[in-house]
Design a protein. Structure first.
Lengths: 836, 129
């Protein structure tokens, strides 16, 4: 059977995947025609493109190349139904037995004057976003026409691009399709608070342009208002891309779309199917991905001989925009006969909730949540079920008197859909858990697809795992049954200062190479002034911390003095060169803009550091799970493009945080302008200068799993920036797991980046004062670790090669040379070294 | 008090001042032939000594490993690859093909401690001399 899919969007992709997955006979040949030059990507998450995601991150799982012929950049031009042939834009023809139309929609652009001037955009594809980004560079303000879901996403995108966004909406309130007036009012209030100017009940009469260049200069509204703006984005609705179908005589719906039956078969030709936004099913077109997926699965089933029909579409939506929750589900507008509405509007918490219940107030029919949609996944799954509680209690999710959580996944029937994007029921999830298919959230995602769409059900998945008794062990090791974060609280709370105390009171046995360094790190984070090599603490330190140098593969060490911000004088460079020559050290420039001296023997370290400390160097903590460097570009001091002094800020930050021990190493970066020469967004915290201040990005990572840091706050002044970084670091240090980089910590935070913002910017947990206090204790307690060793004979004694020959060089350590420098002689391991 | 490091009780390998030992921290002892042993004084006062060469890297570093216990047995973890070795048997608990030579440790009446090779691990690997 030859199947052609026209359109490689989200739905076409899902169809091709479902068909090849289910076709066990492997007799189906699939050709996918993709107008876009790139394979399908997650359009639902398109806006994250402005929040750190790149094309790679948005890409959907690859199709099986052996089974699917994916033709990128090749569109269908016409369909010849008699010959069963699709003519393509590259002049070719492809023959089909079954044809699937998945061409999606195009954005509707109202035909106002100037709608096609340079500076006008739509918001649908990666190319659109690229174009917007480019144009944003030379604009100050932007107007979004349309205040629906898409329009608000576009407004947020403009905001992230540093523009002042306006939203113009014809309806009397925002998101008129999904929510009611009460919710819309709160939403407008919240959005305005974030710097978006909202114009509701306003018609755009014209896009004004510059008479010389023809470029957009703003828009005019029907009431005479003029908005100056360099960019206009149309997000005024979508229309099905059904032209191909119309041209070959297929029936189209009243408002467009290929008319199909409940098996998604065209009403005019049984060999042609339409799925996704291009399909008109039951007289409607659906602008959401979940109904599209259901259609894709239905057609895949039918083509392989099944009898599936498209289930009733769930039009529930939830989104988080600018950190604001908005959700609507079920019969949100109370259209059912006799439906009752229960509204809780809490202006203090800034939360609006409405539940629609049946006339006897027994059954949940739908609802709207704005400001706080934490109960969304559970409430949505309860639609049609009998109410277990007073509706007003359900909205907030807590019994206001006892504060207890009243609604859990436990209360839901097995048939309740937990993941509506992929139509996964509670029953299916439980089967996966009890059947041993999955024991954690990633496992559930892999085997059921739940949580891989919009992600709003992930907390419910976690609850389900918990309630099924699958415990996610976060114990550090066999000696401590608690997580690192819990251990941190225990040690801080009880004022514990030694490992013996903590293992005797909260652990068992004598510890190991996992818990000892973890405790050492916690103690060091809490007590910056105490030396890490004193007393019992020396025995807890991991390999590198134990001798304040990085152990290399032959048992020698490397030495990295701090070079704050990568700025160094010729005189200091000379000292490094002299030390390297005197001790025969191999030298290399590090990625963190400093100089690494390799091949020092243990007993040489104090003499090397004597020289370095005397010349004004201090420890660079290259050996510690600690702040390493704050990398900088040259900044406005020299650079023609720079808008601020990135070197000065990098030095200030590096000196502020030097010596701060953390769950894993920490790196920072500062760039003097958006060109980002310091690669700050690959760091745990990255700062980029803007015309108005500084943007702070957090959670970046090079290494094993590269990740761009995400924007946490923008355009803040220097002092506020530093306060926020202080809190970010301290909050991370308190709550991360052992050896968890900030990237995975941020990803793992329930509520993600906006939760982080709430905690450290808005102080939602009331802990900012203590985070600030912890940081100021660190800053004032800092002393150079290496100088402190040189000044103390007890500590110096730890740097001897042998107890019976303290200064003797270890005869086992030998060198050879390469490219004029000394390197380790080939070692003779007693065993072949295998990757562990 | 001194520690005597010997092979069998009749061959003295080295004499070490015990004051140089810190609880739960290893120390390297230079042995004749250029190789070394790692000596550990545990929290309960017991002494252990094993070969100092990490068999996976061929580097003299076992003395710098973290001491602990696994299922009750005293251990040291290699500071390079983090493989854990039993201090009693020298066996690598993460890779059965590897082990460290073990020295028998006895405290002598005169305040010195004798270390001798145990039966199953007689060869001390000697470095690239
Ligand atoms: C910014 C944004 C945010 C969104 N947020 C949400 C959300 O939160 N929740 C939700 O449920 N939905 C959301 N949506 C809607 C969702 O993305 C769509 O419902 C979904 O992508 C529809 O999938 P589709 O495959 O039908 O269409 P599309 O994804 O548009 O794919 C159609 C593809 O077909 C190609 N094509 C068209 N004609 C041809 C031709 N002749 N030949 C070859 N190829 C052709 C197009 O180029 C396109 O790549 C959002 C959409 C956008 C733009
Ligand atoms: S990031 Fe900007 S300021 Fe810094 S070097 Fe590059 S162009 Fe210059």
């Amino acid at each position: 059977m030859r199947v052609i899919v026209i359109g490689h969007g989200m739905v076409g992709h899902r169809f091709a995947e479902a068909l090849t997955d289910r076709d066990h006979s492997e007799t189906v040949q699939v050709t996918v025609l993709s107008e876009e030059p790139r394979p399908a990507y997650d359009r639902v998450a398109l806006s994250s493109f402005f929040d750190g995601a790149d094309e790679e991150a948005l890409r959907l799982p690859e199709l099986d190349a052996e089974r699917v012929d994916l033709r990128l950049g090749v569109a269908a031009e016409s369909i010849d139904r008699d010959r069963k042939v699709v003519v393509t834009t590259d002049g070719g023809e492809v023959t089909y037995d079954e044809l699937v139309l998945a061409t999606g929609s195009y954005p509707f652009v109202p035909p106002v004057e100037g709608h096609d001037a340079p500076g006008c955009f739509v918001y649908r594809t990666l190319d659109d976003l690229d174009a917007i980004r480019e144009a944003a560079a030379c604009a100050q303000a932007g107007v979004v026409i349309g205040g629906g879901l898409l329009g608000l996403e576009a407004a947020n995108a403009l905001r992230l691009l540093g523009l002042a966004p306006h939203v113009v909406e014809l309806a009397p309130h925002l998101m008129a399709m999904q929510i009611d007036e009460g919710g819309g009012a709160l939403l407008a209030d919240l959005v305005t608070g974030l710097g978006v100017t909202v114009h509701c009940g306003a018609a755009t009469t014209r896009v004004t342009t510059d008479p010389g260049t023809g470029r957009v200069t703003g828009v005019e509204l029907a009431d005479g208002t003029r908005i100056d703006a360099g960019i206009v984005v149309f997000a005024a609705g979508i229309r099905p891309r059904d032209q191909l179908a119309r041209d070959c005589g297929l029936e189209a719906g009243p408002r467009g779309g290929v008319v199909v039956d409940e098996a998604c078969r065209s009403a005019s030709d049984p060999r042609i199917h339409a799925i996704g936004e291009v399909a008109c099913l039951g007289g409607r077109v659906f602008g959401l991905v979940a109904p599209g997926y259901a259609m894709a699965e239905t057609v895949a089933d039918r083509l392989l001989g099944g009898h599936a029909t498209v289930p009733d579409a769930d039009l529930s939506t939830k989104l988080k925009l600018l950190g604001i929750d908005v959700a609507s589900f079920g019969d949100a507008k109370a259209t059912a006969e006799g439906a009752l509405e229960v509204v809780v509007n809490d202006p203090v918490r800034k939360a609006y909730g409405k539940l629609v219940v049946s006339d006897d107030a027994k059954t949940l029919l739908g609802g709207i949540l704005v400001g706080d949609a934490s109960q969304y996944a559970l409430l949505r799954a309860m639609v049609g079920a009998e109410l277990s509680e007073d509706p007003s209690v359900l909205i907030t999710g807590a019994n206001t008197r006892s504060g207890e959580r009243v609604l859990g996944v436990g209360a839901l029937p097995g048939a309740a859909q937990i993941c509506s994007c992929n139509a996964v029921t509670k029953g299916r999830l439980l089967a996966a858990i009890t059947g041993g298919e999955a024991s954690d959230v990633p496992g559930l995602k892999a085997c059921t697809r739940a949580g891989t769409g919009c992600g709003s059900c992930v907390p419910a998945l976690r609850q389900l795992l918990e309630s099924a008794g699958v415990e996610q062990s976060r114990a550090i090791c066999e000696h401590f049954a608690v997580s690192r974060a819990e251990l941190f609280e225990i040690i801080a709370g009880a004022g514990i200062r030694t490992f013996t105390e903590v293992i005797e009171s909260h652990g068992r046995g004598r510890g190991c190479d996992l818990c000892k360094p973890a405790v050492a790190s916690i103690l060091a984070s809490l007590h910056t002034g105490d030396h890490v090599l004193d007393g019992e603490r020396a025995a807890l330190q991991d390999t590198n911390d134990r001798h304040l140098a990085n152990m290399q593969r032959n048992g020698t060490y490397s030495v990295v003095p701090r070079v704050p911000g990568g700025e160094i004088t010729p005189a200091k460079l000379r000292v490094l060169a002299e030390v390297a020559e005197e001790f025969g050290l191999y030298t290399k420039i590090t990625g963190g803009q400093r100089i690494d001296l390799f091949g020092a023997r243990l007993e040489q370290l104090p003499r090397i550091w004597r020289r370095l400390v005397d010349a004004g160097f201090e420890s660079g903590h290259a050996y510690g799970k600690a702040i390493r460097t704050v990398k900088s570009c040259v900044g406005s001091t020299w650079c023609r493009y720079g808008v601020a002094d990135s070197v000065g800020l990098a030095i200030e930050l590096e000196l502020r945080y030097r010596g701060l021990r953390s769950p894993h190493k920490l790196k920072g970066g500062v760039s003097g302008c958006a060109r980002e020469c310091a690669e700050a967004r690959s760091k745990d915290f990255g700062v980029i200068a803007t015309e108005a201040g500084w943007n702070l990005y957090v959670g970046g990572n090079g290494g094993f799993r590269p990740r761009h840091a995400e924007l946490l706050v923008s355009d803040v002044p220097r002092s506020e920036l530093i306060t926020i970084i202080d809190r970010f670091l301290m909050f991370y240090i308190r709550t991360a797991d052992r050896l968890q980089r900030t990237a995975s910590w941020v990803e793992g935070l329930e509520g993600g980046l906006s939760h982080l913002r709430e905690v450290i910017v808005d102080d939602s947990l009331g802990i900012c004062a203590s985070l600030d206090e912890a940081m100021s204790r660190h800053v004032s307690g800092y002393a150079d670790e290496w100088r402190a060793v040189l000044d103390d004979p007890e500590r110096l004694a730890k740097f001897s090669s042998f107890v019976n020959a303290p200064e003797a060089p270890d005869p086992m350590i030998t060198f050879t040379s390469e490219r004029g420098q000394r390197i380790p002689a080939p070692s003779r391991p007693l065993l072949p070294l295998e990757p562990r | 008090m001194t520690i005597l490091v010997s092979e069998k009780t009749d061959r003295l390998l080295a004499v070490v001042p015990t004051a140089a030992l810190r609880p739960e921290q290893g120390a390297a002892v230079l042995l004749p032939g250029g190789t070394s042993a790692a000596v550990f004084l545990l929290h309960d006062g017991s002494l252990h000594a094993v070969g100092n060469i990490d068999p996976f890297y061929g580097a003299p570093v076992i003395c710098h490993g973290i001491v602990g216990d696994r299922a009750g047995a005293p251990t040291v973890a290699s500071p390079l690859g983090k493989q854990v070795f039993c201090l009693r048997t020298g066996r690598c608990l993460d890779d059965p093909s590897a082990s460290l030579p073990v020295f028998e440790v006895t405290a002598a009446d005169d305040g010195v401690i004798h270390l001798s090779m145990t039966g199953n691990n007689r060869e001390i690997p000697v470095g690239q001399s």
